[in-house]
Design a protein around this ligand. Structure first.
Ligand code: PRP
Length: 224
């Protein structure tokens, strides 16, 4: 498990939902980002000053790249981190990609009554029910898990709820909240020591922007 060579910082970014907000935060923090990063189909891009190299990855693979040290730092959702249980340092909560991990099902079925759930997050689901002393069979699905209770594959699901629209449009309800989810910055343990200055600058910049955003929200009397 060796970190990337040299003094360039390699950052694994999660493609998809949180990409736009992540790039905005990086830019606001003054971290150099390649101009064409959103349009390009390249999977590895360097900043023009070559201080940062970005790996564009499926979110689920970000913890793997960081644990094996092929990326020094990763930006990824807490849902993925909880499921992956990788050996990483979690350095910062960016406060973006806010959603909830929930047990959901058809109205009238109680969370405590499920005996079979479908989920893209089998470890989170298994741990949750085990901690509650419930015997529940967990079936792994790759996506569109809301289908499972509708077609009789499972009594419930463990899945992310953001706006609640997917649940509502499929006649499902939240039965129990398992965890609040946001996007995190993680680091490889060895890189954290060998590239401490670069990682510190990276995290400090992002922390300042994140704290300014929180203060602005509180200043407007809104909830974070
Ligand atoms: C996620 C999640 C829910 C949906 C929740 O799915 O698994 O299905 O978003 O969002 P909402 O509360 O705003 O409706 P995603 O779009 O990532 O696709 P997937 O179902 O294929 O995983």
């Amino acid at each position: 498990m060796t970190p990337t060579d040299g003094q360039q910082l390699t950052v694994a970014l999660s493609k998809g939902r949180i990409m736009k907000d992540t790039l905005r935060l990086l830019q606001q923090a003054g971290i150099p980002v390649p101009e064409d990063i959103e349009e390009s189909r390249k999977l590895i891009l360097e900043s023009s000053d070559r201080t940062v190299r970005y790996i564009l990855s499926k979110p689920v693979d970000v913890p793997t790249y960081v644990e094996y040290g092929v990326a020094d730092v990763g930006i990824v959702g807490k849902d993925v981190l909880l499921e992956a249980e990788r050996d990483l340092y979690e350095l910062l909560d960016l406060g973006i990609g806010r959603c909830r991990m929930c047990v959901c099902g058809l109205p009238g079925t109680k969370g405590g009554m499920v005996s079979r759930v479908a989920s893209k997050y089998p470890r989170i689901a298994t741990n949750h029910f085990r901690n509650q002393g419930q015997q529940v069979e967990v079936i792994f699905l790759n996506g569109s898990v809301e289908l499972a209770p509708l077609i009789g594959l499972a009594d419930g699901i463990v899945d992310l709820v953001e706006t609640g629209r997917t649940l509502a449009e499929n006649g499902l309800v939240i039965q129990e909240e398992i965890a609040q989810i946001t996007t995190r910055v993680v680091a490889n343990r060895m890189s954290f020591r060998l590239k401490s200055e670069q990682i510190d600058n990276f995290v400090t910049g992002l922390r300042q922007v994140t704290e300014q955003k929180v203060q602005a929200i509180l200043g407007r009397g809104e909830q974070v």
